[in-house]
Design a protein around this ligand. Sequence first.
Ligand SMILES: NC(=O)c1ccc[n+]([C@@H]2O[C@H](COP(=O)([O-])OP(=O)(O)OC[C@H]3O[C@@H](n4cnc5c(N)ncnc54)[C@H](O)[C@@H]3O)[C@@H](O)[C@H]2O)c1
Length: 391
Amino acid sequence: MADKNLDAFKENQEVTVVDASKKLRIGIIGCGWIAGSHMVSYLKQPDVEIVAACDIIPGKAEKFIAKYGLTGVKTDYASHKEMLDDESLALDAVSICTYNRQHAEPAIYALNKGVNVMLEKPFTVTTEEAVEVMKAEKASGKILSIGFQPRLDENMKMIKKIVESGELGQIYYIQTGGGRRRGIPTPFGTTFIEDKTAGLGALGDIGCYSLDMVLNAIGYPKPLTVSGYKSAFFGKDNNYVGYGRHHEYGDLFSVDDFAAAFVRLEGGIILDFRIAWAMNLDTPGDTIILGTKGGLRIPSTECWNGSVGGPMKIYHEVCGQQVETVVPVINKLKDGETLFDRKIRSFCDAVKYNLPAPVPSSQILYNQAIIDGIAKSAAAGCEIQIEIPEI
Ligand SMILES: NC(=O)c1ccc[n+]([C@@H]2O[C@H](COP(=O)([O-])OP(=O)(O)OC[C@H]3O[C@@H](n4cnc5c(N)ncnc54)[C@H](O)[C@@H]3O)[C@@H](O)[C@H]2O)c1
C-alpha cells in the first residue's frame, strides 16, 4: 500500500487561494472567436465579474453574453469608445479580442481611460502602432499584457531555464518557425485573411509564437537588421483545399501565408526564421538553439500553434563524449486547467496586486519589430535596419 506521507512530495499540491472579497470588473472588446476563450477563463475566476461587452457588429455582443447565460451585463454600445466612456461601469480591465488592425486604437483608448488591458496577440500590425500603445501605457501607469499563452506552458519555461542555466554556453544561432501543410484559418469568415482586418497573415498569427518561444528564452535581445520574404501562393488560390465552398476567399486574401527571414540580433546572435499557414511539406523543421557548449532541438508540431511537439534533446559533451540528454514533455496543468486560464489568472493577479505585466509590452515590442521588419524588408526587396523609436 502506498505511504500516504509520500503524497506530500507530489507535484501540483500547491493550492492557490484567491481573495474573492473584491471582484474585478471586466469588459470585453470584440466578441468573436477568441473572446469565447477569454470568457470561459474569466468565468472560472471567483474574483471576476464580467460587466460589459461590445462589438462593432450590432447585436453580436448581446448574443455572446447570452451564450454564457450571463445577466446584467451591459452590451448596448456601438464601439469600444462608447463602452470605455461609460463611467458607470467602473471597469478595472478589458480584454481586447478584436482583429489585428483594431488592436492599437482600443488599447490606447482604454489605457488613456485608466483601464488595465489584456491585449490579444499579435501586439499590433506595425512597430509604430506598438510604440503608440506603449506611450499610452507609460502615461497611464496601468498594466498592459499581451496574450501569449504558450509562454505559460511548462515546456516553454523549460527552454528558458535550459538557456539560463548556461548548459548551452553562449548562444550564437537559432533556427525557428513552424508551419502547416494546409492551415489557413477561416473558421468564422475572413477577418484573418483580409488586409483591412488582419494586416498580417501567418506572420502575425503564428509567427509571433515561434519568435516568442526563442526570444523569451534568450532574454529578448534587440533586433538589428532583417532580410525578409513573404508570399501568398496558397491563400490567393480560389481552389485552395481548405476554402471548401468559399471560392471567393482567394480573391479576398491579402496577407502573407508564408514568410522567411534572416535576422541579426544584439549580441551577435543570428535568427533564421520561417512560418507557413500552407506549404507543400509537413513541417519546415524543428526549432534549434546552438550554443558554444550545447545545442537544443525542440520538435515542431505539424499544425503549428506555438507548442513543443515532443521531448526536447540537448546535444552536449560529457567527459569528452558526445552525449544527448532527452528532456521529457512536461505537463503540469491541473485537471481542467488550460493555458488560457493561466493567462487570464496571471493578468488578474497583476491588476489586483499591481504586479508586473505577465507578458510585458517591452519584450513583445521586439517581436513586433521583427514581424514589421520582415514585412518592410520584403516590400523593399533587400535587407533593412530595424528602427525602434524611443518611448
Ligand atoms: N491567443 C490565441 O490563442 C488566439 C487565437 C485566435 C485568435 N487570436 C487573436 O485574437 C484576435 C481576434 O481573433 P478572432 O479569431 O476572435 O477574430 P474574430 O473576427 O472572430 O473576432 C473579432 C471581433 O472583433 C470585433 N471588432 C473589431 N473591431 C472592434 C472594435 N473596435 N470594437 C469592438 N469590436 C470590434 C469584430 O466585429 C469581431 O466580432 C486576433 O488578433 C487574433 O490574432 C488569439
